[in-house]
Design a protein around this ligand. Structure first.
Ligand code: GDP
Length: 283
């Protein structure tokens, strides 16, 4: 997806319409970039509906930082959970936490005589954070065609995750943040921004700067980087590693491989958004 102002306005309008139908918004972010992949407009789009923030791909993120990010969000009044959507056993947690967030609303419904109130939800998030995977895994074979409720496009369905939890079948695709180049580099490295809108070498220089500081062992392990290599500037390190991998002077080839390795977890687990100091405790 390429985002232009016109696209964004259209997506915004459609998501806003569909969010009117739900009790809770499931905003999916990538646990490796929990702040950079969040959409600042979601409160406005959802007209202040409750949001459950799902830090997906937690299996690829720095586990300690994921916990610290969850604490940080909590302090900001946002309920967040870590998820690995490929790990099916963890998915019922989404419904459980949604029930907790909506406890008052559900209690009121029960008081009105609705014995088993249903929670309706919609997944939203920037590209490639795992929205479709979560939907697929949540539903397994319980696909429900519950008719056309008012306001829902005809071919839209509610998928039944359980007797009391339904999710709109089509996720809302949010646009990434563009203003900060560092955010752009992080989103490119994790795959939320498509290959046409960034320069691989910029992304890799950014990533090497970060990995040298926080995850040097992962560079040693994946690319046999030596201590002397790690003291070089990142552009120099690109040249060294390109040669080491036998790519001669094809630096682009190395950069593309590096980005793919990072996206596929071959560089080990990492988190690119630094945790704000107050959440770190006695770290
Ligand atoms: P969407 O664009 O948000 O719908 O993202 P997809 O559901 O298509 O997922 C993008 C890629 O990430 C796919 O290759 C998924 O298999 C992968 N993926 C999704 N969730 C997870 C996860 O929790 N862990 C890992 N390691 N990969 C995931």
């Amino acid at each position: 997806i390429q985002w232009y102002p016109g696209h964004m306005a259209k997506a915004q309008k459609q998501i806003k319409e569909r969010l009117k139908l739900v009790d809770i918004i499931l905003e999916i972010v990538d646990a490796r970039v929990p702040e950079s992949s969040i959409n600042p407009m979601i409160q406005e789009l959802g007209q202040n509906k409750p949001v459950l923030l799902i830090l997906n791909k937690a299996d690829m993120a720095d586990a300690q930082k994921t916990q610290q990010w969850i604490e940080t969000f909590k302090k900001r009044g946002i309920t967040a959970i870590a998820l690995d959507a490929q790990h099916k056993a963890k998915l019922p947690m989404i419904e459980k936490v949604a029930q907790e967030i909506l406890a008052d609303k559900l209690a009121k419904k029960r008081a009105k005589g609705i014995r088993n109130p249903v929670i309706r939800a919609m997944c939203v998030g920037v590209p490639n954070v795992g929205k479709s995977t979560i939907l697929n895994r949540l539903m397994h074979k319980n696909i429900a065609v519950t008719g056309n409720r008012p306001g829902v496009t005809k071919n839209q369905q509610w998928l039944k995750a359980s007797e009391r939890f339904e999710v709109l079948d089509t996720p809302g695709v949010l646009w990434p943040k563009f203003d900060d180049p560092a955010v752009g580099n992080k989103l490119a490295l994790t795959g939320a921004i498509s290959d046409v809108v960034y320069h691989a070498d910029d992304v890799v220089v950014f990533a090497l700067d970060y990995f040298k500081q926080f995850y040097p062992n992962q560079l040693r392990k994946t690319y046999q980087a030596t201590d002397a290599d790690l003291e070089q500037s990142s552009p120099e390190l690109i040249m060294i590693l390109t040669k080491r991998l036998g790519f001669k002077e094809d630096y682009d080839r190395f950069c593309i491989k590096f980005i793919n390795d990072a996206r596929q977890g071959k560089l080990g687990r990492f988190t690119l958004d630094p945790v704000p100091a107050e959440a770190k405790g006695n770290d």
